[in-house]
Design a protein around this ligand. Structure first.
Ligand SMILES: Cc1cc2nc3c(=O)[nH]c(=O)nc-3n(C[C@H](O)[C@H](O)[C@H](O)COP(=O)(O)OP(=O)(O)OC[C@H]3O[C@@H](n4cnc5c(N)ncnc54)[C@H](O)[C@@H]3O)c2cc1C
Length: 399
């Protein structure tokens, strides 16, 4: 049995950040992870360049049953704090749109920074080590937890669960964090794959199957009125792209999404103008100057776009076409699920945790951080920022 102050389950973004902070405070810290490499999700994130934070990260960018829960951690460890950390390590990075920061070279640079911090803080990271069970020490002279793994067994004062969510089972996703929470009678909210592409019903799939690879600048709105103005992408199975991934977190089975295909135009006005200036040209050819030709062709085939000169459109037809393209309603069949999702919605109920320390209110010494808890960020570096912030806060609190 190895004794340590702090045992952390999961060498991901949250676990490694927490480990370094606790180590710098003089705690003995062991991180265990069943993977061959640390932080495998960091490595594949952001298309291999890791969108490691978002300069605008604020509580509004997170879904959580208690919208106030993230405030404390985000204010104590902001995007600027993480930027200062990567600057100290000399990371080369760049700004993309909407406050997103990406590595210039490779996501490996972020993993190297985290592992260097852990090394400087004296943290031991044990890979290829699967946690099998956890139990509370139940006698008067000692307190803490026993953690049995596929390798050694550990005794610790503080047990930090940073085991992530259910996405990408190939990368070691496991439900162990939820199981530990339930074992200690903490409530766990239903989990759903989020930031995930939509699949379409067969008839829509057939309609749009030739459009795979086409990307459009749109504005997508969920049934509960949340809107994202970003691109959508037709895939061979359905719809993806940043706007779809964003809205998937707000979509529930059976609902539709509304897509404004021409957010920068007032189509009625444009159609009227075309009628007076280019009346002989076909509706199809004129609309193909605003939308991808192949998409327009599908709508012509469906009878949505009349195949005739624009001057022949009457007022009701102009209104109907304009309404259709500004409010295109599509009902997804489902999502691609945990296999391709970026995050897991739901998880350990934040009502069970202190928002300052991430310690369980019911079970002193037991902490949950990162994606395993019911906090889900938007697409754009928000999820890593919550991992850094929750890991930091917890690292300062473990005993
Ligand atoms: C393809 C993809 C791209 C993404 N891109 C971005 C991005 O650019 N920006 C962004 O902010 N977010 C991104 N995300 C989301 C982000 O990766 C996650 O929110 C984040 O990695 C969660 O970190 P975590 O530390 O909570 O958990 P994880 O990174 O999932 O780490 C948990 C660790 O626990 C280990 N573990 C689980 N069970 C056990 C067990 N029984 N025993 C031992 N170890 C165990 C796992 O092996 C894993 O290493 C992306 C996600 C995906 C899937």
């Amino acid at each position: 049995m190895i004794t340590t102050d702090v045992l952390i389950i999961g060498a991901g973004a949250a676990g490694l950040m927490c480990a370094a902070q606790a180590g710098y405070r003089g705690k003995s810290v062991v991180v265990v992870d069943m993977g061959k490499k640390p932080a495998r999700k960091v490595l594949i994130s952001g298309g291999g360049r890791c969108n490691f934070t978002n300069e605008n990260a604020a509580p509004e960018n997170y879904l959580c049953q208690n919208p106030h829960f993230v405030k404390s951690a985000l204010s104590r460890y902001s995007a600027q704090d993480f930027i200062e950390l990567v600057d100290r390590h000399g990371l080369n990075y760049h700004h993309k749109t909407l406050g997103q920061l990406f590595c210039d070279d490779s996501a490996q640079d972020i993993v190297d920074i985290l592992m260097t911090e852990c090394e400087w803080a004296g943290v031991q990271v044990n890979l290829r080590t699967e946690v099998l069970s956890v139990s509370k020490i139940d006698n008067d002279s000692e307190e803490g937890f026993i953690v049995k793994t596929s390798d050694k067994n550990y005794q610790c004062q503080s047990l930090v669960v940073a085991s992530g969510g259910l996405t990408m089972p190939k990368l070691g996703a496991s439900p162990i964090g939820y199981k530990i929470a339930e074992q200690f009678e903490l409530s766990v909210l239903e989990t759903i794959a989020a930031l995930v592409p939509f699949t379409l019903h067969d008839h829509d799939k057939q309609r749009f199957e030739g459009l795979s690879g086409i990307s459009l600048a749109t504005e997508v709105t969920s049934e509960n009125g949340v809107t994202f103005k970003e691109n959508i992408l037709f895939t061979h199975r359905g719809l993806s792209g940043p706007a779809i991934l964003q809205i998937s977190s707000f979509w529930r089975a059976g609902q539709a999404v509304t897509i404004n295909l021409l957010p920068e135009h007032n189509l009625s006005e444009t159609l009227n103008q075309w009628q007076s200036e280019q009346g002989q040209k076909s509706v199809k050819n004129l609309l193909s100057t605003l939308l991808p030709k192949r998409f327009v062709e599908v709508l012509v085939k469906d009878g949505v776009i009349a195949d005739k000169p624009i001057k022949q459109l009457n007022h009701p037809e102009i209104s109907a076409l304009s309404e259709y393209l500004h409010s295109w309603r599509i009902k997804p069949n489902g999502t691609e699920g945990y296999r391709t999702a970026e995050v897991t919605l739901g998880g350990v109920d934040t009502d069970e945790l202190s928002s300052k320390t991430f310690e369980s209110k019911k079970q002193p010494g037991l902490f949950f951080i990162g994606e395993v808890i019911d906090v889900t960020g938007w697409l754009g570096g928000y999820n890593f920022q919550f991992c850094w912030a929750s890991g930091y806060a917890c690292g300062l609190a473990v005993r």
